[in-house]
Design a protein around this ligand. Structure first.
Ligand SMILES: [Zn+2]
Length: 106
């Protein structure tokens, strides 16, 4: 079964937030400032994921079949392939070395 890019991203962001890299080693933030930046980056990435679906909802409302963001997220909109949404593909690129990264996302 194909990896769901949203599940993949949410898992990687949670790992980043916990300070764990793909090899399971802890990443120590060198300062409080770095730690705050890391947490803020993770929060921003989660919001970008939500924003991607809101954006697709607005496009689908104008030119498609008016699906809700949630419906699109669940893969129910015939016009949107979740694993091909450009913003999500961009967010996934830093994790290209992860074993669950699908080469089709490159
Ligand atoms: Zn639709």
């Amino acid at each position: 079964m194909l990896m769901d890019i949203v599940k993949f991203l949410r898992a990687r962001i949670a790992e980043d937030e916990a300070g764990v890299n793909t090899y399971g080693a802890a990443i120590a933030a060198s300062s409080d400032h770095d730690q705050r930046r890391l947490i803020a980056e993770c929060a921003a990435k989660r919001q970008l994921i939500d924003l991607a679906f809101e954006h697709e909802e607005s496009i689908d409302g104008e030119m498609g079949c008016c699906c809700s963001a949630e419906r699109i997220r669940n893969g129910k909109c015939p016009n949107v392939k979740v694993n091909e949404i450009p913003l999500l593909l961009l967010l996934a690129q830093p994790y290209v070395a992860h074993r669950d990264f699908d080469p089709a996302w490159s």
